[in-house]
Design a protein around this ligand. Structure first.
Ligand SMILES: C[S@@+](CC[C@H](N)C(=O)[O-])C[C@H]1O[C@@H](n2cnc3c(N)ncnc32)[C@H](O)[C@@H]1O
Length: 281
């Protein structure tokens, strides 16, 4: 049973994803830049064969699912599962209609399938599940004994300065910006933490690879303005409530933190650590 706080978080998170999915797809997932260079790496690492059946958990707008579909060909079968209806609708449009591709509105913590899959993937989803153990157990129960999983997560916050430069500063001005009961989104951000969680769920032959992708958000003003533009509504509201002078101070704090990454022509280049785990049933 999930506690009340976790249930409230899941509801809030669903609302957020329904709101941000179009922007997320346009700016991030569909562009394959920065952290999204992981999409092709993940698909490569799980070694998909023609005819395989694959489940993509927390598929979002379907960018990983699309690559998987190409690999399994017309004899395979692919399911993308997500709790955001907006994301699923984009995924359906972004992926051509195919007889062997389904997108389902499914919670990673509550699913079962009558037929088992050869491969299950989950890119940038695991840390959103308050009960990640339950989601992993569901994955294991839905996997063939010969099956494999592939999971991508972001590294620890200090290894992803694109986020931490802004969010570590925001917390100084808005200490309660993260509602109580929210899971720690970088809790699987080290090789050992990720490995431990997967091993707890009973998977074997675990391997975790580290990637550091470059990501350039442009010059500081582009970084700041785009971050503010693409941010989810609840934080946007809180930021807009800050006094003008505080907002200015916050921006200056972020600018100072970012300066170590600024390269000669003024464009920022952030390193972005991503971990990709593969494991067998
Ligand atoms: C960062 S996006 C990743 C989407 C996609 N895998 C990709 O790589 O673009 C995270 C996704 O997790 C989904 N999500 C969050 N909690 C979920 C849950 N409990 N069950 C299924 N999906 C969930 C969100 O709706 C969102 O689409």
């Amino acid at each position: 049973m999930l506690n009340q706080k976790a249930l409230e978080y899941k509801k809030r998170n669903m609302t957020i994803w329904n709101e941000v999915a179009p922007r997320y797809h346009k700016r991030w997932a569909s562009v394959s830049e920065g952290p999204f260079q992981s999409t092709s790496k993940l698909v490569e690492l799980v070694n998909i064969c023609k005819g395989d059946s694959v489940l993509d958990v927390a598929c979002g707008t379907g960018v990983v699912t699309k690559e998987i579909r190409k690999k399994v060909g017309s004899l395979g079968y692919v399911v993308g599962a997500d709790t955001s209806t907006t994301a699923i609708n984009i995924a359906r449009k972004w992926n051509d209609k195919k007889h062997n591709l389904d997108f389902l509105n499914i919670d990673a913590e509550n699913f079962s399938f009558s037929k088992k899959f050869d491969i299950i993937t989950c890119q940038y989803g695991l840390f959103f599940f308050p009960n990640a153990s339950k989601a992993l157990k569901n994955m294991k129960n839905s996997l063939k004994k010969s099956g494999k999983i592939g999971i991508s997560v972001h590294g620890k916050r200090e290894k992803v300065p694109f986020f931490s430069n802004i969010l570590d500063s925001v917390i100084k001005f808005i200490p309660d910006y993260i509602p109580p009961g929210s899971p720690d989104l970088d809790r699987f951000g080290t090789k050992s933490a990720l490995r431990k969680e997967i091993s707890k769920a009973g998977f074997s032959k675990i391997s975790v690879k580290e990637f550091v992708f470059d990501y350039s958000p442009g010059k500081f003003e582009n970084y700041w303005n785009n971050y503010m533009k693409y941010i989810a509504k609840p934080l946007k509201v809180k930021l807009n409530q800050l006094e003008y002078s505080k907002r200015k101070e916050l921006k200056q704090m972020v600018k100072e933190k970012t300066s170590q990454y600024t390269i000669k022509n003024g464009n920022i280049v952030f390193p972005w650590q991503v971990l990709i785990l593969t494991a067998k049933y």
